[in-house]
Design a protein around this ligand. Structure first.
Ligand SMILES: NC(=O)c1ccc[n+]([C@@H]2O[C@H](COP(=O)([O-])OP(=O)(O)OC[C@H]3O[C@@H](n4cnc5c(N)ncnc54)[C@H](O)[C@@H]3O)[C@@H](O)[C@H]2O)c1
Length: 426
């Protein structure tokens, strides 16, 4: 008996003859009890695992989407149809997002075939994503609703359309939210990215991939302006760490499978249809509502500044990177020669203090802000960002042209129009 693992029977036997008799005589009850317990544990673990990070993540990863059918395929094909002579076919992930919407429209307008993919998660108001979706539909771009972790869906999309390029913008963005829902960053920025690359490496021909990294990879770097040659081994947030991981993952898939990969480190992008979780956006909302706004300062009254980059400049950078992306070199899931691997800063090269951002908003909104200056908490934010963009300039003539005042004027015009329209519609 000693080398038999402890069993319920054995355990109960030790309790005495009463238990012994009862369990022997009710082996059916025993079987039922342990079966239910076993199934219960499996059930618990299945639904519990993703939410060990957060319930939010599990909700998203367990969501199912409807796709397939001839009407659906027709929409996919029509959206991805090239209308210009040298047009390319691009799958844009995160198309209902801020940068994804603008980039998809720009690609479509110059005659490329564009198909969007987005899971419409509720990290911020999904109705804004639906608004962008309507704008895209108006421009002839269809967004497939699904998750980049869904390999079956991704394979299906590549079966229907032979994409030459993937513009991968889907991600869990935001620095501070990582302390609240770390699992969503792992889900989208790491697992989702790997899943996408796995599918891309196997399709024939492999697409070239341009994807969004972030200026946040510079983390605690103090050497300015930030250059692609600088070390990026001190991320200050989990968001930054997942973007940095993405850059290393990109290296691996380029090295092993010959995928052409270009990472773009965006610097604080702003503009119409922007993200409500970003300071320029919620400052506008709070100033208009008469709420006080928190403005962070670094130790010893140090200035917090950002290299704010206008969305149109970023879009030009995305298109430049896409147009200079070389073909992937793998086939049959194997590398057949060296492939292109690049990382570019896409910034504005002129950091502006956040206090100045607020002054510009005050002038544009004609409302005085209630400023609440406070010490910068340690929540993932860094004191300043400043891009050196000479590499992108050399490779594809990247040259930002919009200063903060002009860009914010466009944003405020859009904001007032969009939200007053929304308010009337309610
Ligand atoms: N906006 C900026 O200032 C900035 C700065 C640096 C880097 N970036 C990066 O640029 C990209 C675009 O940013 P954005 O500002 O447009 O953000 P966004 O949140 O507006 O857009 C991202 C979109 O991806 C979708 N998405 C997220 N996870 C997904 C998943 N698993 N499957 C399918 N869709 C998913 C979201 O629903 C969202 O619509 C992101 O990768 C972001 O990390 C943005």
């Amino acid at each position: 008996m000693d080398n038999i693992p402890s069993s319920p029977g054995k355990f109960k036997m030790e309790k005495g003859p009463y238990f012994h008799r009862r369990w022997q005589h009710s082996s059916f009850t025993k079987f039922t009890f342990w079966s239910i317990l076993f199934v219960g544990i499996i059930f618990f673990l299945f639904f519990r695992t993703p939410s060990s990070f957060s319930s939010d993540t599990s909700r998203r990863s367990l969501r199912t989407y409807n796709y397939g059918g001839s009407a659906w395929e027709k929409k996919v094909r029509s959206s991805a149809r090239v209308t210009s002579k040298n047009g390319v076919t691009v799958l844009v992930t995160g198309a209902a997002g801020f940068v994804g919407t603008h980039t998809s429209i720009a690609l479509k307008q110059r005659g490329d075939g564009v198909l969007g993919l987005d899971n419409f998660n509720d990290y911020y108001d999904p109705s804004l994503k639906r608004g962008r979706q309507a704008l895209l539909e108006h421009n002839g771009v269809f967004i497939v609703e699904g998750d980049i972790n869904d390999a079956t869906l991704l394979k299906k999309l590549f079966e229907v359309v032979s994409f030459t390029h993937v513009m991968h913008l889907a991600a869990q963005a935001g620095v501070r939210y990582a302390m609240e829902n770390p699992g969503s960053y792992v889900h989208s920025n790491i697992a989702g990215f790997v899943n996408l690359l796995e599918v891309c490496k196997n399709v024939e021909p492999q697409p070239a991939i341009v994807w969004a990294s972030s200026s946040s990879v510079y983390g605690l770097n103090t050497k300015v302006p930030f250059s692609e040659k600088d070390k990026t081994d001190q991320p200050a947030s989990l968001y930054a760490a997942t973007k940095k991981a993405g850059e290393e993952i990109a290296h691996t898939y380029n090295h092993i499978y010959g995928l052409s990969l270009t990472g773009l480190r965006f610097f604080t992008v702003y503009g119409p249809w922007g993200r409500p979780d970003m300071a320029y956006f919620f400052f506008t909302k709070d100033i208009l509502k008469g709420n006080s706004i928190s403005i962070f300062e670094a130790p010893n009254h140090g200035t917090v500044a950002r290299d704010f980059t206008y969305i149109d400049d970023i879009v030009r950078g995305c298109l430049g990177a896409l147009d200079t992306a070389e073909k992937s070199t793998g086939s049959g899931g194997k590398k057949r020669g060296p492939a292109q691997l690049r990382v570019f800063n896409l910034g504005n090269t002129s950091p502006v203090p956040v206090t100045e951002l607020v002054s510009i908003l005050e002038r544009l909104l004609k409302v005085k802000a209630k400023r609440n200056v406070m010490k910068m908490p340690r929540n993932g934010d860094v004191q300043f960002t400043h891009a050196n963009i000479s590499y992108a300039k050399k490779e594809f003539g990247y040259k930002p042209t919009t200063d903060l005042e002009t860009g914010l004027k466009n944003f405020v015009r859009w904001y007032l129009n969009y939200y007053s329209v929304a308010a009337t519609a309610e």
